[in-house]
Design a protein around this ligand. Structure first.
Ligand SMILES: CC(C)(COP(=O)([O-])OP(=O)([O-])OC[C@H]1O[C@@H](n2cnc3c(N)ncnc32)[C@H](O)[C@@H]1OP(=O)([O-])[O-])[C@@H](O)C(=O)NCCC(=O)NCCSC(=O)C[C@@](C)(O)CC(=O)[O-]
Ligand SMILES: NC(=O)C1=CN([C@@H]2O[C@H](COP(=O)(O)OP(=O)(O)OC[C@H]3O[C@@H](n4cnc5c(N)ncnc54)[C@H](OP(=O)(O)O)[C@@H]3O)[C@@H](O)[C@H]2O)C=CC1
Length: 430
């Protein structure tokens, strides 16, 4: 990828940005035309995607630059309504690329399905019986969805968890059977749900219990992705603060988010700014990713920071982020939603594992920028500086008024809607 075309990308017009992506070899001519025309869903597709459809709900679609992940350059598409997220991701990615980029590790992608059994007469015996019949259970699961087996995937492992009765007043004892399934390039909701319903009757026969439900778990602890980065302290200096001071403050920001759930939620929201935006742009199920991420943040019994920041022996800053990322390269609306298709084109048609690597890196970048701003100049300067246009629009500015109100707002002490409205009135009165 020739990134020389990206200089001051954000100062270019929309058409110039599309041309720059084409010149850099990221977009084909055909994709550049599609992007120029807009990525709207056709009324026919929209009507067939959901029930009681009335219209579509649009979000801005942009691209974060400077990502160097496992030695490969990426421009990363994001769909998001919040200003400064793309700037922050690009800014962090630039610093991290200069330090060697992100390194990622993506686990073998095993998704989990559950059958919950109740009224099991002897749960210890049931567990033994299930374990003894693992091969039969896997066979039946695979027979329920033979096409994934043909593709080289399928059910791989069975595990059992016993959740005692009265966990909260009056709850039955649950014998929970997990199937660990290799869903290859799919997130695999349909594969797993079919398998779980397929094995439920057999599990009832084996245990003498009653199946309450069989369903995918959105907590796929065998589908983790990790990104790490390592930044020399001298690349972190900001204003009056030395690189070492910024590094130490970044580490304390992480420590604060590790020990305090009130802070951890906001810290992780900053990470999800990037993750959700790429998941959404890629046509994946962002509710599933969010639910899994927050469960993973609570795995110790307390809700904590998803990322960690530490000092290396030589004084470098080392950042790391791990979370479950059950995304697909196929399935759902990925193959027909125009924006999801564009995202796949811009990312170079990534496999599901490569997409995980990109998404987890964006999450780490987003966290780096947010906490760096927080522990140095504060969030308002960069974030609100970029939010001034949204405030101007909220105040009713249109056309050239938007630029004028936005620029005046940046000079004001109170950059808020009331000030934006007052400025707009002033402009109209002139
Ligand atoms: C906004 C910056 C990046 C400015 O930071 P800066 O240092 O003034 O930026 P710069 O002018 O030195 O530019 C550095 C690079 O940033 C990018 N960049 C710079 N400006 C733009 C722009 N307009 N559009 C696109 N990209 C931009 C661009 O890549 C640029 O490199 P260049 O291309 O010039 O070589 C910085 O202040 C920042 O990262 N702030 C944090 C913003 C943030 O995190 N926003 C998320 C929303 S706040 C929130 O929801 C979560 C939070 C914060 O509460 C989470 C938490 O608490 O942890
Ligand atoms: N998170 C959740 O709890 C739930 C999510 N969903 C929704 O389910 C959708 C995602 O489910 P998913 O099952 O992945 O989607 P799909 O069923 O749409 O697509 C997956 C299918 O694609 C086919 N396929 C083609 N090529 C491959 C390949 N290389 N690797 C794997 N499969 C391939 C397989 O079918 P075949 O082999 O038969 O061709 C596979 O079953 C999302 O829209 C999500 O919102 C639905 C229910 C619950």
């Amino acid at each position: 990828m020739d990134t020389s075309y990206f200089k001051k990308f954000y100062d270019k017009s929309r058409s110039e940005r599309i041309a720059a992506l084409q010149q850099a070899g990221i977009l084909s001519e055909e994709d550049a035309i599609r992007l120029e025309d807009g990525l709207a869903l056709s009324p026919e597709i929209a009507d067939n995607m959901i029930e009681n459809q009335l219209s579509t709900y649009e979000l801005p679609y942009g691209v974060a630059l400077n990502f160097l992940i496992d030695g490969k350059d990426y421009a990363v598409p994001m769909a998001i309504e919040e200003p400064s997220v793309i700037a922050a991701a690009s800014s962090a990615a630039k610093t991290i690329a200069q330090a060697g980029g992100f390194a990622t590790v993506v686990q073998k992608r095993l998704m989990i399905g559950q059958v919950a059994l109740k009224k099991v007469p002897d749960s210890a015996l049931a567990e033994q019986t299930i374990r003894a019949h693992e091969a039969d259970i896997l066979k039946r699961a695979n027979e329920a969805h033979p096409s994934i087996v043909k593709r080289g995937g399928g059910a791989r492992k069975v595990s059992v968890r016993i959740i005692p009765a009265d966990a909260i007043g009056g709850t039955p004892e649950f014998v929970v059977v997990h199937l660990h399934v290799e869903t290859l390039e799919a997130m695999g909701a349909n594969i797993i749900n079919t398998m779980m319903e397929g094995v439920s009757p057999y599990l009832q026969d084996l245990t003498g219990g009653e199946a309450l439900m069989g369903i995918l778990s959105n907590y796929p602890t065998d589908c983790l992705a990790t990104a790490t980065c390592r930044i020399p302290a001298n690349a972190l200096a900001k204003g009056e603060l030395s690189g070492e001071e910024v590094r130490d403050r970044l580490i304390e920001a992480y420590q604060f988010a590790y020990v305090d759930p009130y802070r951890a939620v906001t810290h992780n929201k900053g990470i999800m700014n990037g993750i959700d935006a790429v998941v959404l742009a890629s046509g994946n199920d962002w509710r599933a990713i969010s639910a899994g991420a927050h469960a993973y943040a609570s795995r110790s019994g307390q809700y904590r920071s998803l990322s960690s920041w530490k000092k290396a022996e030589n004084g470098d800053l080392i950042g790391s982020l791990t979370l479950p990322l059950p995304v697909g390269a196929v399935g759902g609306s990925i193959s027909f939603h125009p924006a999801a298709k564009m995202t796949r084109a811009i990312l170079g048609d990534p496999s599901a594992a490569e997409l995980e690597a990109v998404i987890v890196s964006v999450g780490l970048a987003q966290n780096f920028s947010a906490i760096k701003a927080l522990v140095t100049e504060g969030i308002q300067k960069g974030h609100m500086g970029l939010q001034s246009r949204s405030l101007a629009i909220s105040a009713g500015a249109t056309g050239e008024q938007i630029e004028w109100v936005s620029e005046q707002l940046k000079k004001e002490k109170n950059m808020n809607l009331a000030t934006a409205k007052a400025l707009l009135e002033q402009l109209k009165a002139e």
